[in-house]
Design a protein around this ligand. Structure first.
Ligand SMILES: C[S@@+](CC[C@H](N)C(=O)[O-])C[C@H]1O[C@@H](n2cnc3c(N)ncnc32)[C@H](O)[C@@H]1O
Length: 272
């Protein structure tokens, strides 16, 4: 089999199962992933890898490939403004819009290694005005089992905590364990993580007050992006808010949500 055909086989598989698009000029980015898989399955070369996958893809082969082909780049308090706005004006919005809510349900819909949902809780606790954390439940999900396993451990390297996390929050919420940093149980135990594929998962209806869906749809083709956003919209309660990544928007997507300024950030509100 020629190399372009092998690339096409793997990129088609990844696209079908995740919606992540490796275009022809991105194919070279698969090489390092192939090398990792070759080592994992103790193979000789990419031809053997292809032969293995083309015969039968077992669940562990599937997981290994998907884990490698997702980009799990994330960091604490990414872009900061949405987290501050969420903790202050976002909480005000929730109180006004849902006055009888017993709990506010938040969903971090592509949580990667956990920095986003943990940042949400640290923000509520540190940037909010006496926010009662017991009023919030945070669900977090991702397609990558490897990212989820790391998220659940909540143990981060020095480099990871230095990216984005203000020093006072590091001291307040983390304990140093040898060269790593362990997040306190007070924050860690409040997030429930699960595996969820945004492309194929069954979305709950009318469930969430706020969804963070950041820096994941940029890797999706427009038709998938539209489908996922329509499902997220259905998952939100009317009046609920959705936060996207800094470079992301609803341009070209026809769903009943409007852009809204929230403190110093922007988000989208689901029409009532
Ligand atoms: C770049 S990270 C963004 C993490 C975080 N939201 C942030 O903004 O820092 C993108 C995450 O989306 C996940 N992902 C990619 N495709 C997905 C899909 N179809 N369903 C669920 N998660 C997906 C990846 O595994 C990865 O962890």
């Amino acid at each position: 089999m020629s190399k372009p055909e092998i690339y096409k086989f793997f990129s088609d598989y990844v696209y079908e199962h995740t919606g992540i698009l490796y275009k022809e000029n991105d194919y070279y980015r698969l090489d390092s992933r192939f090398n990792t898989l070759i080592k994992t399955f103790e193979l000789k070369d990419v031809d053997e890898l292809y032969q293995l996958y083309v015969q039968k893809i077992t669940p562990s082969m599937h997981t290994a490939l998907i884990d490698l082909c997702t980009n799990n780049e994330t960091y604490f308090m990414r872009d900061l403004k949405p987290f501050k706005a969420f903790a202050k004006e976002g909480v005000e919005h929730l109180k006004e819009t849902f006055p009888s809510a017993i709990k506010y349900k938040i969903w971090s819909a592509a949580s990667s290694t956990g920095q986003e949902p943990y940042s949400l809780l640290m923000s509520l606790d540190s940037f909010g005005d006496n926010v009662d954390l017991t009023k919030f439940t945070i669900d977090a999900s991702d397609i990558s089992t490897e990212a989820l396993a790391k998220a659940k451990k909540a143990l981060y390297s020095g480099l990871e905590v230095q990216r984005g996390l203000p020093a006072n929050l590091l001291i307040k919420y983390f304990e140093q364990v040898e060269e790593n940093w362990q997040l306190s149980d007070q924050i860690r135990n409040k997030v429930s993580f699960r595996e969820f594929n945004l492309l194929t998962g069954k979305f709950p209806l009318n469930e969430y007050h706020i969804v963070f869906c950041r820096n994941v749809l940029i890797y999706q083709a427009m038709e998938n992006k539209k489908k996922i956003l329509a499902n997220i919209c259905d998952s939100l309660k009317p009046g609920g808010l959705m936060f996207m990544g800094a470079g992301e928007s609803l341009i070209g997507v026809d769903i009943p949500m409007k852009q809204m300024e929230l403190g110093k950030a922007f988000c989208y509100i689901k029409e009532k």
